[in-house]
Design a protein around this ligand. Sequence first.
Ligand SMILES: Cc1cc2nc3c(=O)[nH]c(=O)nc-3n(C[C@H](O)[C@H](O)[C@H](O)COP(=O)(O)OP(=O)(O)OC[C@H]3O[C@@H](n4cnc5c(N)ncnc54)[C@H](O)[C@@H]3O)c2cc1C
Length: 298
Amino acid sequence: MNIKEKLKNLDCEIITDVSLKKYNTYNVDGTALAIAFPKNIAELKTVIEFAKDNKIRTKIIGNGSNLVFSTKYYDMILINLKYFNDLKINDDTITVASGFNLMKLAYKVSRLGLSGMEFATGIPATVGGAVFMNAGAYNSDISHILVSAKILMPNLKIVELSNEDLKFSYRFSILQQQTDLICLEAKFKLEHGNVNDILKLIENRKERRLASQPLEYPSAGSVFRNPTSEIFAGKLIEDLNLKGHKIGGAVISQKHANFVINYDNATGDDIKKLIMETKAKVYEKYGINLKIEQEFVE
Ligand SMILES: Cc1cc2nc3c(=O)[nH]c(=O)nc-3n(C[C@H](O)[C@H](O)[C@H](O)COP(=O)(O)OP(=O)(O)OC[C@H]3O[C@@H](n4cnc5c(N)ncnc54)[C@H](O)[C@@H]3O)c2cc1C
């Protein structure tokens, strides 16, 4: 039996030679050996053990809202935890599985009058991807509300790491250093607040995002981190007259220069080239080495 046949026989939902287009928010195409959708921890372990035995790389993907895939063939098994979607709300404490949609969660708890996740209503992540990235906005982020996270370790034991153990800093958690750790579940502590005030704040921010960001096109959010709280990456790029600049189907948004959009059938390679070229131009002009927030999947 070849590897694809063996994969199809595993006790887990698996698609082989999978097109990646619907698994990333840039909507770029690419192909991977397989994507697995385990329904529980036993199935997840089966996939990981199979990959290990057959020396195949694995990578967890959430909503793919921070990923740039290239056009190459990925000889790896992507693992998506969409079936890990349990949610328990106990007064102000939320226990949620890592495949749960972060925006959906933020709206749900906000409507219950729980405050602390307002920042997340515009971030199209899964809970696991948001913990990995310490995703945030408006001076808040996951580290402000996370109590602990259940992690599947490389030895397939599950441990509970505290907020401190996860070593959060700006858009960083320890999961980025040890990429074989898998976030299975997160526990958040919120505060009781006034539902109308919470929803009003969310609505205001939504209007601001809609007015300033090109959300009508596929993207992965901001490309570069702002170098300081006073220097904005978007402004540096705009001042170089790069709005509208394109490579293939990838374009620097006219609406917000820190967004690259898939304007017309872009490939991940177009997007990467445009990002790297912009970074080089900013460095050449200002001597500022912009940090890329998105991940080029190798
Ligand atoms: C329109 C738009 C707006 C955005 N706005 C913001 C914003 O305001 N603030 C912000 O911080 N980000 C923003 N982003 C970026 C993105 O949503 C975040 O980086 C998010 O945290 C990525 O989550 P994801 O589930 O999509 O992860 P993916 O992009 O699928 O994966 C990102 C990384 O996390 C790892 N990972 C995913 N799940 C797990 C898991 N369970 N265990 C271990 N590792 C895992 C993956 O292997 C990968 O390395 C935006 C993106 C878009 C498209």
